[in-house]
Write a protein that binds this ligand. Structure first.
Ligand SMILES: Cc1cc2nc3c(=O)[nH]c(=O)nc-3n(C[C@H](O)[C@H](O)[C@H](O)COP(=O)(O)OP(=O)(O)OC[C@H]3O[C@@H](n4cnc5c(N)ncnc54)[C@H](O)[C@@H]3O)c2cc1C
Length: 331
């Protein structure tokens, strides 16, 4: 068993961290206050070829694995931008994976190189207003008409849809009652989301630790109190445990093994650990945790995202209960 990150993976981490230093906390605070897509951040990653990390070399990418993408996405989130940074590139980095795995050569030639170059921004549309987490039953239908599909339906909550040029759309081509296997393999996507949540949690933790060292109350730094120290130590341990599960899920996928249980567990553990760290960072800052200028309130808001999307904690527990523990399906 080898837990050592390779030299190449260390170099991925260092390269992303270096890019992130050009987009400091004030940059993300401005984006948060005034809105607007972080085009220059995306362009910086694209310029160094990072958007094609999982795209095969013959289509302009680096052909690396999902573990490498997880290391990249953790660094992108932890580098200061949190989920704002990660979400801006998440779909370009891994969302087009169904095209890599299932696409025809013509589709790959057409869609993947512009994604790898960052010329095309993509989004991934699964969620529907009235279907909820019952994603095996999308109402959106794609019906073949000559050499085209006619699509009818509606989608909500599609990250980056406002700026996307292309959309990977989940639609049924065959009515559900005629389908033999109604599920789709969306488990690998849980791995980069988990990595982003770990990155966000460590980002929040670093702010909390810095503040706990600097803030003096009762003539000593608040970080000298065990009541402040212990929850932060607990956050660190939870984040590291979640990171190990994330790497295990990535390793399983990259080695052709079934990663469903590990990927779902990683997403659950990382999202909870990430949110706990964000919440604790706000509490460590006391009243200042509520002020935008201290950034941690943004982290806490963003910490909700990997809990809710692409699947909630409840549905992950339903999945583990049924598929791992063999309990009757509850949903
Ligand atoms: C910021 C953000 C970005 C997003 N980006 C995207 C995107 O890019 N693409 C995309 O397709 N979607 C995206 N989503 C949508 C997200 O994936 C969905 O909101 C999520 O999957 C939950 O679906 P829902 O909102 O319909 O919840 P619902 O299905 O309505 O569920 C509501 C609540 O009920 C619980 N629940 C439902 N059924 C059960 C059950 N049987 N047992 C126990 N609990 C249950 C759920 O766990 C949840 O807590 C995004 C959401 C957010 C907030």
């Amino acid at each position: 068993m080898n837990f050592q990150i390779t030299d190449d993976q260390e170099s991925i981490k260092a390269s992303i961290e270096k890019i992130c230093t050009r987009f400091d906390a004030r940059y993300w605070l401005e984006k948060d206050k005034h809105g607007g897509f972080p085009n220059d951040f995306v362009a910086a990653l694209a310029a160094d070829g990072w958007l094609g990390i999982c795209i095969p070399p013959e289509y302009g990418g680096s052909g690396l694995g999902i573990t490498d993408a997880a290391i990249m996405m953790r660094a992108a989130s932890e580098g200061g931008g949190g989920m704002s940074a990660a979400s801006s590139v998440h779909i370009n980095v891994f969302g087009l994976h169904p095209v890599v795995v299932f696409g025809t050569p013509e589709q790959k030639e057409r869609y993947l190189p512009p994604i790898a170059r960052g010329e095309v921004q993509a989004c991934f549309a699964v969620t529907e207003p009235n279907t909820g987490l019952n994603t095996t039953q999308p109402r959106t239908r794609a019906v073949r008409s000559g050499d085209k599909y006619v699509v009818n339906g509606s989608k909500v909550w599609i990250s980056t849809a406002q700026v996307a040029h292309k959309c990977l759309l989940l639609a049924r081509t065959t009515p559900l009652e005629e389908v033999k296997n109604p599920t789709h393999g969306m488990n690998p996507e849980r791995v980069p989301i988990a990595a982003e949540a770990v990155g966000l949690g460590h980002l929040a933790l670093s702010h909390a630790v810095r503040y706990a060292k600097d803030r003096v109350v009762f003539n000593r730094p608040i970080g000298q109190n065990q009541g402040i120290q212990h929850p932060l130590a607990q956050n660190w341990m939870e984040l590291e445990a979640a990171w190990l599960m994330t790497l295990q899920a990535g390793w399983q996928y990259d080695n052709g093994k079934n990663c469903a249980a590990a990927a779902n567990s990683a997403k659950y553990l990382a999202a909870e650990a990430g949110y706990n760290a964000c919440q604790r960072a706000v509490m460590t800052h006391g009243g200042f945790g509520y002020a935008k200028e201290y950034h941690v309130e943004r982290f806490m808001r963003e910490g909700m995202l990997p809990r809710i999307a692409p699947i909630t904690p409840e549905l992950i527990m339903c999945f583990i209960a049924e598929k791992v523990l063999g309990l009757p399906r509850s949903y």
